[in-house]
Ligand binder design. Structure first.
Ligand SMILES: [Zn+2]
Ligand SMILES: [Zn+2]
Length: 558
């Protein structure tokens, strides 16, 4: 039922296999029902669960998966039975979007533990179709699972509260960890941990951050307000802190030893785990038995408690510390998240970036040159650049109408003074432009094995960039700069490429075989020209080659 067509069209970014690489994806959402609200998504936090899901670390991912369960947006439609929300309200959606509503567990407002819980993505919805998350433009959600955002919280920094926030708030309440004056340890200072520190201080606790990275100490204390900092890999520090903590909230999402943490607890101390490592942890029994200690778990929270948590954050002005990103940065963000290289949560500026970086997965085959006139091109307009210490025919040939350009990643730059990577390229001369709508057309061919290379570019932009567009090839995929993938499997076949640059509209469009595959914003610049060939980038293969025929430059008729 994954492919079922609903009435509301949606665009998002999805991972399609265990590589976990996300690229633009088109799908549909159900029509807004009587109990539903449709939400235009403004921001979505990037949770560690998203990373586990796109890579299928837990073994239950159904592809394609659109992740994202820290959603903040605006209500655009309400069903006839919706009283709680009006069009224009600012609302949040967290990890769950449905449950049975009738079982004992649901009756206790613990929908998150209902056996029929429906998760925001990678779950089976009540109509049998698949749920897709918040890395997308809109979402349709049963009003019971929609939350009000307190007015004083800003939309971007409060998004992470919807998963990271409730994940630490709920166990702190349930396990009695909110008693003022008690000593709380927070293990792991990431998205969850940094919010736990803020809650701990708001509850009036003494808070110690337990982390493997000593470099986080000053920020933990000076910025987040922790009382002390403990380097968990330092035996002397661990020994000195033995038996000093009433509770520890363990937010670490990787496999890690529990023994050092249990040693920090007082008698009757409680260790609550909320991170979800992909392999079991070893549980030492002796310290539990001898100190009457407890190890517990907790998974997000029910809807009532999640609203209570948001209201608490409003009252105490608690927000997440975030790094705001555009959607096209998501694959790099995941790489950084895997290395814990984020302070402390990535949040995607969905509304402002999704429409700018839009790949069109289907669409009519058209002639992109319609309405354009071709400009005269002769040999003098095609200027070859190649490694300066060689002869041109050692890196370039032209026969039967085909330009063949190749380069090795050990080659010299194209001039003795250039510090750039090796290239063999055709530069279009005589048609530099700074206004109007211009088009590059050619048939391109990339032989198998050529990788880490720019094959076509629109030169010129505002600093710090040098180009408005680079089409590159990485491992057989044609990409927009390093990412995302525009089309996979480009090797060993001719494709028709049309690149349209509308200077005034500040937009570039990429057509492959007559189908619009990608749109991106322009990047400024005083003048532009087109290039094609091979220009080594990061991770380049030893040998790089591209072939071109039928090169044309066109300009839109006035
Ligand atoms: Zn999450
Ligand atoms: Zn239930």
């Amino acid at each position: 039922m994954a492919g079922t067509e609903h009435s509301q069209k949606s665009t998002g970014w999805a991972a399609t296999d265990t590589s976990g690489i996300l690229s633009p994806f088109h799908f549909s959402r159900r029509e807004n029902g009587s109990d539903d609200v449709t939400i235009k998504i403004l921001y979505c936090g990037v949770c560690h669960s998203d990373l586990h899901s796109v890579k299928n670390d837990w073994g239950f991912t159904n592809y394609p998966v659109v992740p994202g369960h820290e959603i903040v947006g605006l209500v655009t439609k309400t069903g006839s039975d919706v009283q709680k929300f009006k069009v224009g309200n600012r609302v949040g959606v967290g990890v769950i979007v449905g449950s049975c509503k009738t079982c004992d567990i649901c009756q206790q407002d613990l929908e998150n533990y209902c056996p029929r819980v429906i998760f925001t993505y990678n779950s089976r919805d009540r109509d049998g179709t698949r749920t897709y998350g918040g890395y997308s433009d809109i979402v349709v959600v049963d009003q019971h699972f929609v939350l009000r955002i307190p007015e004083n919280l800003s939309s971007d920094t409060c998004a992470p509260l919807l998963c990271a926030g409730i994940t630490v708030y709920s166990p702190m309440k349930y396990y009695g960890m909110a008693e003022p004056g008690k000593h709380l340890g927070v293990a792991g200072l990431g998205g969850l941990g940094h919010v736990a520190v803020k809650f701990g201080k708001a509850f009036g606790l003494k808070v110690t951050v337990i982390s493997t990275s000593p470099k986080k100490e000053s920020e933990a204390i000076n910025k987040l307000g922790a009382d002390s900092f403990l380097v968990s890999t330092d035996p002397a520090q661990l020994k000195a802190a033995t038996g000093t903590m009433d509770f520890i909230i363990d937010t670490i999402a990787a496999v890690h030893p529990l023994a050092p943490l249990l040693g920090l607890l007082k008698m009757n101390g409680k260790l609550v785990t909320v991170g979800l490592p992909d392999k079991p942890l070893e549980l030492p029994i002796f310290p539990l038995v001898l100190g009457r200690k407890l190890v517990g778990g907790s998974d997000i929270g029910g809807m009532k408690e999640t609203q209570e948590m948001l209201d608490f954050c409003g009252k105490h002005n608690i927000n997440a510390d975030i790094e705001l990103i555009h959607i096209d940065y998501i694959n790099t963000a995941f790489e950084r998240l895997a290395k814990s290289d984020v302070r402390y949560r990535f949040v995607i500026d969905v509304a402002n970036s999704l429409a700018m970086f839009r790949a069109v997965a289907w669409g009519p085959v058209i002639d992109p040159t319609k309405g354009f006139i071709p400009l005269p091109l002769n040999e003098s307009n095609l200027v070859i650049q190649w490694p300066y210490d060689l002869l041109q025919d050692q890196r370039y040939s032209f026969s039967h109408g085909v330009h063949k350009l190749w380069v090795f990643n050990t080659d010299k730059p194209h001039t003795p003074v250039s510090k750039t990577n090796p290239r063999t390229e055709i530069r279009i001369e005589g048609y530099n432009y700074s206004s109007g709508v211009w088009q590059f057309e050619a048939f391109g061919y990339i032989p198998c094995g050529t990788s880490g290379v720019c094959v076509m570019q629109v030169f010129g932009s505002s600093p710090p960039h040098a180009t408005t567009l680079m089409l590159r090839v990485y491992n057989g995929s044609l990409t927009y700069y390093r990412e995302p993938v525009i089309i996979p499997n480009v090797y060993d076949k001719w494709f028709r490429l049309n690149v349209i640059h509308d200077v005034e509209a500040n937009k570039v469009e990429v057509y492959i075989n007559g189908i619009l595959r990608y749109e991106a914003p322009g990047r400024g610049g005083t003048y532009h020209y087109f290039k094609c060939g091979v220009y080594a980038q990061d991770d380049s293969s030893y040998y790089m080659e591209s072939r071109w025929k039928g090169i044309r430059v066109l300009k839109k008729c006035d």
